[in-house]
Design a binder for this molecule. Structure first.
Ligand SMILES: [Fe+2]
Length: 188
């Protein structure tokens, strides 16, 4: 039983690393890195949730699609719930107790919006990682208008006291997209 975490991490990483989206394995690990930067004492369930929160995106035949949802919020909710289902399946395969499964999957379900101190940490780490690692990949596949919308959405969901970290990330960059987004966020 004590060894479950090693096996669950191994299975989850194998799925995440097989994602057709190049930023997925980077983002999963970088979200964990941000979580530990925000709270070095983050517990093991929260660490697992931070690594796996987007896992459904790594499985093309199971991932939810934006076109199937009336708005961005319901799409994001379905994405979070779908990732939670996949992580619960991995954990049950390794006979993890239901109490731990519920804790990890509740965190994953809340990762877009937060709602508890631990879920807020995960949400903020996820959002910071988007600016840190995903932004330029996202900009390659989407219009500047969509990138701007996504950045404003991501910025607004971070706890106010951590928003300065987004500016720090963007200030270190010299590419056009980061500079443009920083100029937009400076108007907030
Ligand atoms: Fe994420």
């Amino acid at each position: 039983m004590g060894d479950w975490i090693r096996y669950v991490w191994k299975d989850a990483k194998r799925i995440i690393d097989s994602s057709p989206l190049p930023e997925d394995p980077i983002h999963a690990r970088n979200t964990l890195k941000w979580l530990l930067k925000l709270n070095p004492g983050a517990d093991k369930n929260l660490r697992l949730a931070s690594l796996t929160h987007d896992i459904e995106r790594a499985i093309p035949e199971r991932k939810v699609k934006r076109v199937d949802y009336p708005d961005y919020e319901s799409f994001k909710k379905a994405h979070a719930e779908n990732s939670a289902i996949i992580v619960a399946q991995i954990m049950r395969r390794h006979r993890v107790c239901e109490e731990v499964i519920r804790d990890v999957t509740d965190l994953i379900k809340m990762h877009e919006i937060g709602g508890t101190e631990r879920a807020d940490l995960l949400r903020d780490a996820d959002s910071l990682s988007f600016f840190d690692r995903n932004l330029l990949f996202y900009a390659e596949r989407n219009s500047l208008e969509e990138v701007t919308r996504r950045c404003i959405w991501g910025y607004n969901r971070i706890s106010e006291e951590r928003r300065g970290l987004v500016r720090e990330i963007l200030k270190k960059r010299s590419d056009k997209v980061s500079r443009y987004i920083l100029s937009i966020l400076d108007t907030f």
